[in-house]
Design a protein around this ligand. Structure first.
Ligand SMILES: Nc1ncnc2c1ncn2[C@@H]1O[C@H](COP(=O)(O)OP(=O)(O)OP(=O)(O)O)[C@@H](O)[C@H]1O
Ligand SMILES: O=P(O)(O)OC[C@H]1O[C@H](OP(=O)(O)OP(=O)(O)O)[C@H](O)[C@@H]1O
Ligand SMILES: [Mg+2]
Length: 282
């Protein structure tokens, strides 16, 4: 049975459960459940604190886990990223009151508050900066106002939390993060159950980013039309009852669907339809 760690709370937990559900796995019914077995898929899910997941996976007791890239790096655990999942996207950045410093080189002698001590200590050392790091569990934006630190390093998505605290980011992002699937470093890359799990999640990612497009076009316009909708392998082209016309079917990135429909219409394609993809295995 494949043993998988899933975040039990915070920003990762809801989207991770949604993705697993879309991939056909049973998920817990209430938030107090700490583990469930999905017998049909031969998988056992363990609901753990996002911060602890890399540690469990590196121990080898759990086969794979879903966590944030920033949490994986911060943990220093012997685990590696095998699939980015595209949700819980954030940057990790320094921030201060305006006028305190303009970049990491100005942080010498200061105190930096963060929940991600591992990332920050390494980044300061890599840049040759001698600053103290104070660990706080969360809500670190308040640390400056309360005099615990001159600088914070924290997760930034919209920047609302920083603005509300009267802080501004300084320097370049320390890292970019998103939810990722991890496994123990050096674990068997060809384990069939792991590969099947990854294929299912990849199927969800593709279903979320592509739509199916169908249209009719004149044979003379087919080459131009196919250049607009090359599909993943190659589009399906079928004859129509009306001679001189063909029906074309191809997957296109959902973000570009409207522009592609305009371009197809402009070259004479008609009956252009898009439909959602619910699941796929490439
Ligand atoms: N506002 C946000 N937008 C996008 N991703 C976020 C946001 N806040 C946190 N994350 C991401 O979610 C992951 C875990 O953070 P989260 O704050 O949800 O959990 P936590 O801080 O470990 O737990 P707690 O809920 O106890 O604070 C990290 O990978 C982080 O980058
Ligand atoms: O840029 P924003 O869109 O404002 O998002 C970033 C905020 O979200 C997270 O906080 P969370 O809600 O997890 O609270 P925490 O600080 O207690 O972890 C993170 O720690 C930031 O405070
Ligand atoms: Mg948090």
């Amino acid at each position: 049975m494949l043993r998988i760690a899933v975040p039990n709370k915070g920003s990762l937990s809801g989207p991770a459960a949604d993705m697993l559900h879309e991939a056909g796995y049973q998920q817990r019914r209430e938030s107090k459940e700490l583990r469930i077995v999905d017998p049909g898929n031969e998988v056992e899910f363990f609901y753990l604190r996002p911060r602890d997941i890399a540690i469990y996976v590196s121990s080898g007791r759990l086969d794979i886990g879903i966590t944030g890239r920033d949490l994986l790096v911060d943990s220093g655990a012997n685990a590696e990223e095998i699939l980015p999942l595209g949700f819980a996207r954030s940057t990790f950045r320094y921030a201060t009151k305006p006028g305190t410093a303009t970049g990491v080189t100005g942080l010498d002698g200061m105190t930096v508050a963060t929940s991600y001590e591992g990332i920050v200590a390494k980044h300061l050392a890599d840049n040759g900066i001698d600053a103290s790091v104070v660990h706080l569990d969360g809500a670190v934006e308040t640390a400056i106002e309360l005099g615990v630190a001159e600088v914070i390093a924290d997760v930034v998505e919209t920047g609302t939390s920083l603005r509300n605290a009267g802080l501004e980011v300084i320097g370049e992002p320390i890292m970019k993060s998103e939810a990722v699937v991890i496994r123990r470093t050096g674990a068997d890359a060809e384990e069939p159950k792991v590969l099947q799990f990854l294929r299912r999640l990849q199927g969800v990612l593709v279903a979320r980013t592509y739509v199916m497009m169908d249209y009719d076009c004149r044979v003379e316009q087919l080459e131009k039309a196919v250049a607009l909708t090359p599909g993943l392998e190659s589009p399906t082209v079928s004859p129509l009852h009306n001679e001189g016309w063909v029906a074309v079917r191809a997957m296109v990135p959902s973000k570009e669907a409207q522009r592609i429909m305009d371009d197809l219409y402009a070259i004479g394609a008609r009956a252009i339809l898009t439909t959602a993809i619910h699941a796929c295995r490439l």
